[in-house]
Design a binder for this molecule. Structure first.
Ligand SMILES: [Zn+2]
Length: 142
């Protein structure tokens, strides 16, 4: 097995967790740390047009930081990693790469509105899905 590549086997956390479950556990823990990563706050601050509003780098609109969706007040702006934390074309490589890309400098960060962020995430997810499909086909041919 590669450095943390999921195998489907429950060999983590006393046999309760797969490698994939373990990876998302570590990733969400690291993600929590980004709240204390200054470049993220710097970029958010730089995109602030007035109190409670940010300029979206995707659609160049001034958007409120929260919005009521499905009857609930929800986050409407996101500090996005321009180069995704896990490259959808290659997938998970090493934790070193994840940490390096997650705690990047301001030049790799941008503020996106909900729509632009959702669109970018969906595109990345589609690329990753295609790659996994390709990998699966390659494995079947082995
Ligand atoms: Zn936008």
């Amino acid at each position: 097995m590669g450095a943390g590549r999921p195998s489907g086997e429950k060999n983590r956390c006393g046999g309760r967790w797969t490698q994939a479950r373990f990876n998302s556990f570590i990733k969400s823990g690291l993600r929590g740390l980004t709240r204390r990563w200054a470049p993220i706050n710097d970029v958010d601050k730089a995109a602030t047009t007035k109190r409670g509003f940010r300029m979206c780098a995707g659609c160049n609109r001034e958007v409120p930081v929260t919005e009521v969706r499905d009857g609930k007040r929800q986050k409407n702006t996101f500090v996005d990693h321009i180069k995704a934390i896990v490259d959808p074309e290659t997938g998970f490589t090493t934790w070193d790469d994840v940490v390096e890309r997650m705690f990047c400098e301001a030049d790799n960060l941008q503020v996106l509105c909900y729509e632009c962020h959702t669109e970018k995430s969906n595109e990345e997810r589609a690329i990753a899905k295609e790659r996994r499909q390709r990998e699966k086909e390659n494995n079947n041919n082995d």
